[in-house]
Design a protein around this ligand. Structure first.
Ligand code: RIB
Length: 304
């Protein structure tokens, strides 16, 4: 199975701040770094590092070449990423001392994706190839519809959440991967019980597999009417940016070859490792690192 990630490529400008800047406040940051990012790029790298044959489709401006190099270094095919006159998308990210973040996005070239471009890219893929999308590019509905018409399973990470745009797309989805806030927004109500939330969500995309990430509380996977739970791994978070993207890529790769519970454990381990490192794309572990981490965890669990 091949994976096509049709998504965003961003330059991430990351500022270390004592707290998120408040309304009317001018705040000094203690450090600044530039990283490769964008939910599309991060998830493509996670899929490739997890071992999937991965293609990326999207658009960058003239200053986005280093994003393509990072993708290629991870083994992602970038033949379907086009160059545009529009500047590359970027994100301004504040990272707080506890590793939490807040993100301001500029779509840039990510928003020039047209129906024609989508049709051209999808013509190179066939039934059984996986499409993975997020909500940082234009023409999302058209891309998903064309993929379904070709017999491709569609995975959606509905982030950033825009309920009005995304809810109507749910019937097209085969795998939905989201966090608790996004799930509540899609449903239009919050529920304390995560399992109930998952079952309620499953009525919006019948037949789909749904993964719900719960931060420190772990993750749940709804698969063929059964619910699997994975506790989070105890790690010291340095930067949580891109942890959800790492989880998404590893889960989808894992589901192609493992039992659901094993895929969920693999994805949770990869995400746990990612939060111990700075940046989004550079923090995504290799499969080897993830398996080593998992066997260390299994040894520690056996001792307890
Ligand atoms: O999920 C993290 C990503 O969200 C960042 O890399 C940033 O570019 C935004 O797209």
């Amino acid at each position: 199975m091949r994976a096509l990630v049709f998504g965003s490529l961003n330059i991430d400008y990351v500022y270390q701040v004592p707290h998120f800047v408040q309304r009317g406040e001018t705040l000094a940051s203690s450090s600044f770094q530039r990283f490769c990012g964008g939910k599309g790029l991060n998830q493509a790298i996670a899929l490739a590092r997890a071992g999937m044959q991965t293609w990326m489709a999207g658009a960058v401006g003239t200053e986005g070449d280093f994003l393509l190099e990072e993708l290629r270094r991870a083994g992602v095919n970038t033949a379907h990423v086009c160059r545009s006159e529009t500047p590359t998308g970027h994100a301004i990210i504040q990272n707080s001392p506890d590793g939490d973040n807040c993100i301001l996005l500029y779509g840039g070239a990510n928003r020039i994706i047209s129906t024609e471009m989508a049709a051209e890219v999808l013509a190179d893929f066939r039934a059984g190839d996986l499409l993975l999308v997020q909500n940082e590019i234009s023409s999302l509905r058209e891309i998903m519809t064309l993929a379904k018409e070709r017999g491709m399973p569609v995975a959606l990470n509905p982030s950033p959440m825009e309920t009005e745009t995304l809810r109507p797309l749910l019937p097209l989805v085969d795998v939905l991967i989201l966090n608790r806030v996004e799930a509540s927004q899609l449903l239009g109500r919050s529920m304390d019980d995560a399992e109930q939330l998952l079952y309620a969500l499953s009525t919006l995309c019948p037949g789909a597999q749904i993964a719900l990430t719960l931060g420190a509380e772990g993750a749940l996977l709804y698969h063929d009417g059964a619910c699997f739970r994975q506790a989070s791994f105890p790690v010291k978070a340095v930067d949580t940016t891109g942890a959800g993207d790492t989880f998404t890529g590893y889960l989808l790769a894992g589901l192609t070859e493992e039992e659901p519970a094993a895929a969920l454990r693999l994805a949770s381990a990869a995400a746990a490792l990612a939060v111990t490192r700075p940046g989004a794309a550079p923090a995504i572990p290799t499969r080897e690192e993830t398996l080593r981490f998992l066997s260390e965890q299994s040894r520690a669990e056996a001792v307890i």
